[in-house]
Design a protein around this ligand. Structure first.
Ligand SMILES: *Cc1c(COP(=O)(O)O)cnc(C)c1O
Length: 354
């Protein structure tokens, strides 16, 4: 069948409603890796108010957020934004009067669009590269240096490169900022230190990535800088409100690196030969695997997986424009409720229909 993006989204939402009504949420399995978890305790509900909520949860978020980044409460602060993109935008906006350039190193191009787009709005010259020497050469006083810890496809930075860039920033008196959206946790899995232990000025992470929290951005770094950026973000409504702050705090409290390690082991060890036997091509990713299909096949298969097996993937339920790669992510909160056999069988059986 040939779906437009909106038709696909409508269809996947119908299928989700149908399963919830007929069989219940426990028969749906979100394997997107972006669960948007919202863990809230009964005792917290009455605090989710405009002024009471932030009083309580901003303080908790500050403490736990600093520690998530390995920072020091005497030097650092942590605050919540609606999204990682909102924190990035606020940072560039707040610094736009004192910098004339953003220099961005990533382990693999391209950047998340929020960085170049924010620069364009404030007429700031933007340079990005995955060539370390090129970037080291360009670092200068009137620039903000951004470093992506792990890309959207989970390509992870080399720790020596990261350290070299930060020491060059310190030497040249250039502000440094790690976009650690998924990297804050992925880098830990590869035995790298958390961002603030590396002496950067600022770091941001998403509580939705490799963590069961809302889609929100946690910004942390030197106190004066974070205050300035937060204050700028407030003017435009980019700051997280009480319910999101509470969801962020709870996700961080419940985060266990051990659980992530288990998910990575599962991704590494899952036996995918039954897929090859059926001529279904795949590639392994750090957190799961992806099928090599055309866009059309991906969407059709993803919708079948949802309809008949309750499996939610980004290819079926993602927003218009999201990646159409059919990807299974074992860091998802529902992954532990499904066996490898169930998932592989669901793919093989559904493939026969498309
Ligand atoms: C996901 C991601 C972002 C944006 O996060 P949102 O919460 O969706 O705004 C920015 N940078 C990187 C490297 C990301 O992976």
């Amino acid at each position: 069948m040939n779906y437009s993006e909106m038709d696909r989204l409508k269809r996947s939402r119908e299928l989700i409603i149908n399963i919830i009504e007929k069989k219940g949420r426990e028969n749906l399995y979100d394997l997107t890796g972006l669960g948007g978890g919202f863990q809230i305790e009964e005792s917290q509900k009455h605090l989710l108010e405009t002024y009471v909520g932030p009083a309580i949860f901003s303080k908790e978020l500050n403490d736990i957020g600093i520690s998530h980044f390995g920072g020091n409460p005497n030097i650092h602060r942590a605050v919540g934004f609606n999204r990682t993109s909102a924190a990035i935008f606020s940072t560039i906006m707040a610094l736009s009067n004192e910098i004339n350039r953003v220099i961005h190193y990533l382990p693999k191009m391209p950047s998340h669009p929020s960085i170049p787009r924010s620069c364009r709005i404030f007429n700031i010259d933007y340079f990005e590269s995955d060539n370390i020497d090129e970037v080291l050469d360009k670092i200068e006083e009137n620039a903000l240096t951004i470093i992506t810890g792990a890309t959207m496809d989970h390509e992870i930075i080399n720790l020596d490169h990261l350290k070299e860039i930060i020491s060059q920033c310190i030497e040249k008196n250039s502000l440094s900022f790690i976009d650690d959206a998924s990297g804050a946790r992925l880098r830990l899995l590869y035995n790298q230190p958390p961002a603030l232990k590396l002496n950067v000025d600022l770091a941001v992470t998403s509580t939705d990535k490799l963590m069961n929290g809302p889609r929100a951005g946690l910004l942390s770094g030197k106190k004066e800088l974070v205050d300035k950026i937060y204050n700028e973000g407030l003017k435009f409504g980019l700051e997280a409100q009480a319910p999101i702050l509470a969801g962020m705090v709870n996700a961080m409290k419940n985060f266990k690196l051990e659980d992530l390690k288990k998910a990575l082991d599962r991704a590494k060890n899952i036996d995918l030969t039954p897929l090859s036997s059926e001529n279904i091509q795949y590639i392994r990713t750090p957190t799961g695997f992806a099928l090599c299909l055309s866009e059309r096949e991906s969407i059709d298969l993803a919708l079948k997986l949802l309809e008949n097996y309750g499996i939610i993937t980004i290819a079926a339920a993602g927003m218009p424009g999201a990646s159409k790669t059919l990807r299974i992510d074992f860091c998802s909160k529902d992954a532990h409720r499904l066996s490898d056999e169930y998932i592989i069988n669901a793919i093989i059986k559904s493939k026969k229909y498309i």
